[in-house]
Design a protein around this ligand. Structure first.
Ligand code: LAC
Length: 316
């Protein structure tokens, strides 16, 4: 189709620029718009990306502190806001990022009323709920959620089994945070349920190994932030992976933050958490009814309670 495809990235910090760079190398859109409050940093990043033109597929790169630059976006990716300091939880960021979101999202909706919103800033589940409250259809508001946690989970399992992470299907669901849930019962390796895979490979995989791996996933961001001050590459590839599925209508299934009220008995209020959902050009196409054990359902409900408590405390 000759539709001019456009993505806007709001926030040109480490995460926003990792996403922008990957979108350019994937030749994903005709136009990439960048927005930030820091006009010098913004212009510098725009120029620096434009100077790579000879090595990249042709993409129009524009930038402004004014949201008019985002007009006509198919997808708006919001990474703006404070990030965790060493040892700080994602939920702690809410006070700093809530007011900013209440000003950013209406501007995006004003200039691109048909776009899909992909929320990345933390605490991503609550901020995705805040973005949805701006009056957008629920299928067009998506949080990057545990798409990244699931990649970390798949990496650690793959590393343990010495197989390619792309052959490990494994989900982390729930909060993109400390209360996330590892779906052991649905892990498969090369399409083979992991426990029978292990029997055939005579690999011991005690239950505490699995718990240890999940704990490593939850600790991943804290560890990287302690070491380098922030995370950027994994989240950058994770979000670009979601953008590709959406813009190219891949109809792939990703664990992303969606409105989960009514699923698995979650009925305490409007809450966004990650579940495996099918993504395409119109956003969320559907939610897979992945089988959860009773224990996994309980953990998911606990994750919902955690988020709802934060939302209720803030009266949002
Ligand atoms: C992380 C940030 C994106 O998990 O929350 O790296």
């Amino acid at each position: 189709t000759n539709h001019h495809t456009k993505i806007s990235v709001i926030g040109v910090g480490n995460v926003g620029m990792a996403i922008a760079q990957t979108i350019l190398t994937q030749d994903l859109v005709d136009e990439l718009a960048l927005v930030d409050v820091n006009s010098d940093k913004l212009r510098g990043e725009m120029l620096d990306l434009q100077h790579a033109a000879a090595f990249l597929p042709r993409t129009k790169i524009v930038a402004s502190v004014d949201y008019t630059v985002t007009a006509g976006s198919d997808l708006c990716i919001v990474t703006a806001g404070a990030r965790q300091n060493p040892g700080e939880s994602r939920l702690n960021l809410l006070q700093r990022n809530l007011a900013m979101y209440k000003s950013i999202v209406p501007e995006l909706v004003k200039y691109s009323p048909e776009c899909i919103l992909l929320i990345v800033s933390n605490p991503v589940d609550v901020l995705t709920y805040v973005a949805w409250k701006s009056g957008f259809p629920v299928n067009r508001v998506i949080g990057s959620g545990t798409n990244l946690d699931s990649s970390r989970f798949r990496f650690l399992i793959a590393d343990h089994l010495d197989v390619n992470a792309q052959d490990v299907q494994a989900y982390i669901v729930g909060e993109h945070g400390d209360s996330s849930v590892a779906l052991w019962s649905s892990i498969s390796v090369g399409g083979i349920p992991v426990l029978s895979f292990l029997e055939r490979q005579q690999i011991a995989f005690e239950k505490d190994t699995l718990e240890k791996i999940h704990k490593q996933v939850v600790q991943s961001a804290y560890e990287v932030i302690n070491l380098k001050g922030y995370t950027s590459w994994a989240i950058g590839y994770s979000v670009a992976n979601l953008a590709f599925s959406i813009i190219r209508d891949q109809r792939r299934i990703h664990p992303v933050s969606i409105l989960v009220k009514g699923f698995y008995g979650i009925d305490g209020g409007d809450v966004f958490l990650s579940l495996p959902a099918q993504l395409g050009r119109s956003g969320v196409l559907g939610v897979t009814n992945v089988h959860l054990t009773d224990e996994e359902i309980q953990q998911l409900r606990n994750s919902a309670e955690t988020i709802l408590e934060v939302q209720n405390q803030l009266g949002i």
